[in-house]
Each structure stands twice: as C-alpha cells, then as structure tokens.
Design a protein around this ligand. Structure first.
Ligand code: HEM
Ligand SMILES: [Cu+2]
Length: 650
C-alpha cells in the first residue's frame, strides 16, 4: 500500500489512473503490432542497432515529434486552466508540475533532438561524406538522449514530476522545500541526455572540419553546414556548464552538501549564473540551425544564390561570441547593480545587429527572385515577421534593464520567448522537415493538406501569443495557476486559449498529412524534387547506405546547381568504383543507454543497488568495445554497382 501510494501515486486521483492505463495499453499495443507483423527482428537490426547517420537522424526526429505531442498536451492543459478566471481543475501543485515538464521537454527533449535530427540527416550528405566522423559515438549520443528523455517522462507516472520550473532554481528545489524524487528526475534526465549532446557537438565539429569532400573549403560550405559548425562549437563550450551545475545540485540533494543552500552557507546566485552560462548559449543552439535551414530554403525556392554569404557567416560567428557575454540579462532584477545591468543590457542589444544582417540577407535573396511558395518556403515566410517583430523587437525591449523591472516574469516574457522558440525554432524545423522529407523517405508530403496545417498552426500561434503581451502589461505574472475575475484578464486569456487549441488542430493536421502522404504522396524519382542547389540533391532518394559511391570533388558553393547547368561534370564510371569501408551495426549503444537509465533511476530514488548495477553495465560495455577489432566491413564493388544501377545512376 505504501508503495502504491508513494510510487504509483494512487492517491493522485483519476488523471494518473487513466494515464497509467493508457500507457500500459499503448505499450501492449505496440508490442502486439510488432509481434503480429513479426517486426521485432527488423526493428532491432534495421533501427535499434544502426550506426547510419540517416537512420539515427530519423529516430531523433520521430522522438522529437512525440515529445512535441507530450509538451503540447501539457500546454493545452495549462491553457484550459487559464481560459476562465477562478478555474481549479488543476491544483496549484499540478500546474507547477505541468509548466515544469512542458518547458523542460520542449527545450531539451523536443527542440534539441529535432535540431540534432536535422543535422544527422543532412550534414554528411551536404559535405559529400559517407557518415559522421564517429558513427558508433553518434548512436551512443542518440540512445543517451532517448533514455534521458524516457527517464524524465517516467516521473509522470512513477514517483511524481519535478515542479521547480524548467530553470530549477534553488532554493525552491533544495531538499528542505522540495523533497521527493521529482527534482531528481529533472537532474538525471538532463544529465544523461546532456552527455549525449556534448558527444554530438564533438562529433559534428570533427565531421565538418575533417570530412568535407575535396575542394569544399570552409567558405564553400552550404549555410546550414556553417550553422551546424557554429552550433557544435556552442554545445562543446556551453553544455559542460550544465553538467557541472546539475552535478552540484545532485550532490546538494542526495548528500546534503551546501553548494546552493543558504542555510549551510551556500550561494543560490552561483546556480543562477552557472545555469544561464549554459542557458543563454542554449537559445542560440536551438535557433542557429533554424537560421541555416531558412538560408537553404530561401535560396532554393528563389532559385538564386544566397545573398551576402560572407556577411551571413560573419554574423553567425559574432552571435557566437556575443552569446557567451549576455547571460546576466536573465536576472536583471536580482540586484547586480546599475553598472553590471547596463553592460549586459547593451551587450544583449548588440546581438540584434548581426541578427538584422541575416534578415536583410534573406530578404535580399528573395528580392526579384521568382519565388515558389512550397511548404518549406511558406514556413520560412511566416518566420520572418513573427521572429523579427514578436521575438526580436520585444527582446530588445526586455534588454532595457529598467524596463525589465516591469516585464520581468510577466506574460510579456512568455509571449516573447514563445515568439522566438516557435516562430524561430519550430517554424525552422517544420521548414527543414518538409524540405528534406523527400530525401529521407523518397516521397513528398502532400502540399494541399500541408497548407491547411500551416494556416491553422500559424494563425493559431499568433492568436495564442499576441494577447499575452497585453496580459503581461496588465500585470499578469508567469506561472500563475489561476486568477480572480474582475481584472480584465479574462478575454485575452480566453482568446489565447482558442489560439492554443488551433495550434493543436494544426499539429493533428500535420500528422494526418504524414499518414495520407505515406499512401498517396508523390514519389520522388529524380532525387532532386525542388530543383535545389547543394550536394545532397545529387543523390537518389533515399540515399544508399554509403551515400556517395564515389566522393565528389567540389568546385564552388551551390555545386549541384552548377553541375546541372553543365559547368562541372560529375558522371562516374563503373571502373572507378572501389569497395567502401563502413562501420558495422552494434547493439551496445542501445544497451549502454539502458544501463545509464538504470543508474539514473537509482539516483532518482537513492536506490544505490541500481546505480551500481547500471554503472557496472556501462563499464562492461565500454570494456567490451575496447577489445573489439573488426567493427568495420567492406561493401564489395559488385554490390555497389548493383545498387547504383538499380537507382539509375550507372
Ligand atoms: C502549442 C504551443 C504552446 C503553448 C500553447 C504553450 C503554452 C505555455 C504556457 C501556458 C506556459 C506557462 C506559462 C506560465 O503559466 O508561466 C508555457 C511555458 C513555457 N513554454 Fe510553452 N507553449 C507552447 C509551445 C512551446 C514551445 C514549442 C516551447 C519551446 C521550444 C515552449 C517553451 C516554454 C518554456 C521554456 C516555458 C517556461 C516554463 C517555465 O516557466 O518553467 N513552449 N508555455
Ligand atoms: Cu539570454
């Protein structure tokens, strides 16, 4: 009984019971379908053990879409509560848990994997490589992310969710005020996924610096590749700060140390600084790859080369450096003093300059182009006004430190960051998803159904978040679980909720569009359905396991465009083909993730048997790997010739 109440949370009421039953049914359903269609072996050999960057990318994207659903349901629960004054269908405790899981999941388990998925799908193909530099490590990164996300999600039905906000500030989350496993779930979920992310950063830095096709100098790389290079550098420098701060918080909570507890002489301000030294660059980690995608999309669909390429690169590099020097703007009100606040206010505003340069370059690329308004282009054209006006202009307003004393922690801020995160990152990932979908799967997503989804989502988005600027100015603070009537907050909140549900409809329409297109979508036989410009479109869709049968030689930016114009040749003959060296599949990255999950679970509940078992598992897997010598195989020439012939390339 004690177990059922504490861990299965029986006392929590019907919400938890229904979820428990639904989760059990869904899991049984999946197992049944796999068993019925005899797909276990296929799942294991084709997907769970794969080290192919294209498949890992697809798995990241599927996971991101699932998490978008979970985070979206959280969002709609919150918006339902706020639709009317004095609503109480969620208790204050539930509301706290929901905004915490919503924010954490959206940023770390939705935006991050979506971006890393796009990187995996596109980067090696765009630079003419056969895989990333460390394919086995890439699989480990994915499984660490996946099991970290699963651990975090488990909190919903086992032991209780974290409730300290996605920023998890002490002293709220110290033992004294926040006992129980919820906060430990936050720490361990992020920690496990974060280790995987650092490895991804290293992997893509090396891949881009070392594995480009001959002739592709840095200044001939496609803009998306540039954005990934910069993002990887940001990851490598920012994520270790998160690792450290989470480690300190864990030690505080499990071993009663006092890094941050004031009662023991600790310093919560240290947490806030360390957190945002990671947290601010993190917002560039989730936006820069979207900028990269918009650049590809704009030049493809305007059929023009990207305007101001060097200025684009320079502005991204500038954003990287500035991005590390502005973190204090997240806590102007915490008493740093006028001089410090002015410095960080001005450095924040400076970021608007390179960002503005990029916007003007996109607009100039479109200028006088014959633009084709396909789905990727539509999402890009929604991004520009939403991001610039809703996110950028309000961002500069927030950077004015004295004004921030008014805006701070109000709905104005909520509206601002949703305009950047949705108008920038989510729109960017949708553009990328539609753009590279044919490359991933060999068919196009239906344009007509996609347009319905687009309008529902984009209009809903503005209906949802525009009124929140007003609410903020009217004094409604963030993280407020209910509000009294008579303050004039009802109508804007009600409109906002309608917008939220319209976005939900948009999401469902996207799912419908995908399901419909799997059956009826236009097959892509050319490999280049958009008449695009970069190397990935020179390959058939989907690309064969080894990507390029012969490594291309690059002469210019937009290489594929010039090949199509007849400026360079890229034909190759059978006699040039050589056996290709590729890594073998392995089940160990999956098992390593599983062992980390077990260890993480042990930390969450302080059940150290699990910690020891899990870490021993990790160690055993690493040892086994170090004594393995034939983890590569060769694809013989005959097989390559056959594949290339069947793809119509020879
Ligand atoms: C369907 C779209 C969405 C809706 C309706 C929505 C709604 C909300 C609401 C109602 C809150 C809580 C505000 C409060 O009471 O303090 C919130 C917080 C938040 N949202 Fe969203 N959201 C959506 C999508 C997203 C996305 C895509 C992201 C990130 C990529 C995101 C990131 C966040 C973050 C970081 C918080 C702050 C959580 C915290 O205070 O700890 N949201 N959102
Ligand atoms: Cu910031």
């Amino acid at each position: 009984m004690h177990f059922a109440n504490t861990f299965l949370m029986w006392k929590e009421g019907p919400l938890i019971w229904i979820s428990d039953v639904l989760i059990a049914l869904a899991s049984l359903g999946i197992l049944f379908v796999l068993w019925k269609f005899k797909k276990f072996k296929w799942l294991w050999t084709e997907w769970l053990t794969t080290v192919d960057h294209k498949k890992i990318g697809i798995m990241y994207i599927i996971a991101a879409l699932l998490m978008l659903f979970r985070g979206g349901v959280d969002a709609l629960l919150m918006r339902s509560q706020l639709a009317f004054p004095n609503e109480h269908f969620l208790t204050a405790q539930h509301y706290d848990e929901i905004f915490t899981t919503h924010g954490t999941i959206m940023i770390l388990f939705m935006a991050m994997p979506f971006i890393i998925g796009m990187m995996n799908v596109a980067v090696p193909l765009m630079i003419g490589a056969r895989d990333v530099a460390f394919p086995y490590l890439n699989a480990i990164s994915f499984w660490l992310f996946f099991f970290g996300a699963m651990l975090f999600n488990l909190s919903f039905v086992f032991g209780g969710s974290p409730d300290g906000g996605w920023t998890s500030y002490p002293p709220y989350v110290e033992n004294l005020f926040d006992p129980g496993p919820g906060e430990n779930y936050y720490i361990m979920g992020l920690q496990i996924a974060g280790i995987g992310t650092i490895a991804t950063g290293v992997n893509f830095l090396v891949t881009i610096l070392k594995m480009r096709a001959p002739g592709m100098t840095l200044m001939k790389m496609p803009m998306f590749v540039w954005s990934v290079l910069i993002t990887s550098a940001l990851i490598v420098f920012a994520f270790p700060a998160l690792t450290v701060v989470l480690g300190q918080l864990l030690i505080d909570r499990l071993f009663n140390a006092h890094f941050f507890t004031t009662t023991g002489g600790g310093m919560p301000m240290n947490y806030v600084n360390e957190f945002w030294i990671w947290g601010h660059p993190e917002v560039y980690i989730v936006i820069l790859p979207a900028f990269g995608i918009f650049s590809e999309v704009v030049s493809t669909f305007a059929s023009k080369r990207l305007f101001g390429y060097s200025a684009m690169v320079a502005s991204m590099v500038a954003i990287t450096f500035l991005g590390f020097g502005v973190w204090v703007h997240h806590f102007f009100t915490m008493g740093a003093g006028a001089a410090v606040n002015s410095f960080f206010g001005i450095s924040t505003m400076a970021i608007a300059i390179p960002t503005g340069v990029k916007v003007f370059n996109w607009l100039s690329t479109m200028w006088k182009g014959r633009i084709r308004f396909t789905l990727p282009m539509l999402w890009t054209s929604a991004f520009i006004p939403c991001f610039v006006l809703g996110g950028g202009v309000t961002g500069v307003m927030l950077a004015v430190a004295p004004a921030d004393y008014q805006f701070h922690n109000s709905y104005f801020l909520i509206a601002h960051f949703h305009y950047t995160l949705i108008g920038g990152t989510v729109f960017g990932m949708m553009a990328g998803l539609y753009y590279w979908w044919p490359k991933m799967f060999g068919f196009k997503l239906d344009e007509k159904r996609g347009r319905w989804a687009y309008w529902w989502f984009v209009i809903g988005f503005n209906v949802c978040f525009l009124p929140q600027f007003l609410l903020g100015l009217m004094g409604m603070t963030r993280r407020m679980y209910t509000y009294p009537s008579g303050l004039g907050w009802w109508i804007p909140n009600f409109i906002s909720t309608i917008g939220g549900f319209m976005m939900g409809v948009g999401f469902l329409l996207i799912v419908y569009q995908i399901v419909w297109s799997i059956r009826y979508g236009e097959r892509d036989v050319t490999g280049d359905p958009w008449d695009a410009r970069t190397l990935e479109w020179s390959l058939p869709s989907p690309a064969p396991e080894y990507n390029f049968a012969r490594t291309p030689i690059v002469h210019s930016r937009d290489e594929w465009w010039y090949i199509k114009q007849g400026k360079y040749k890229q034909e190759f003959v059978e006699s040039e083909i050589q056996p290709i060296h590729m890594p073998k599949n392995s089940g160990r990255p999956f098992l390593l993730g599983l062992c980390m999950f077990v260890a993480g679970f042990g930390f969450v509940f302080e059940w150290y048997v699990f910690v020891i078992l899990g870490l021993l598992g990790v160690l055993a897997i690493m040892l086994r790997r170090s004594f393995e010598f034939d983890y590569y195989h060769y694809i013989p020439v005959s097989e390559i010739v056959q594949t290339e012939k069947s793809l119509g390339r020879l």
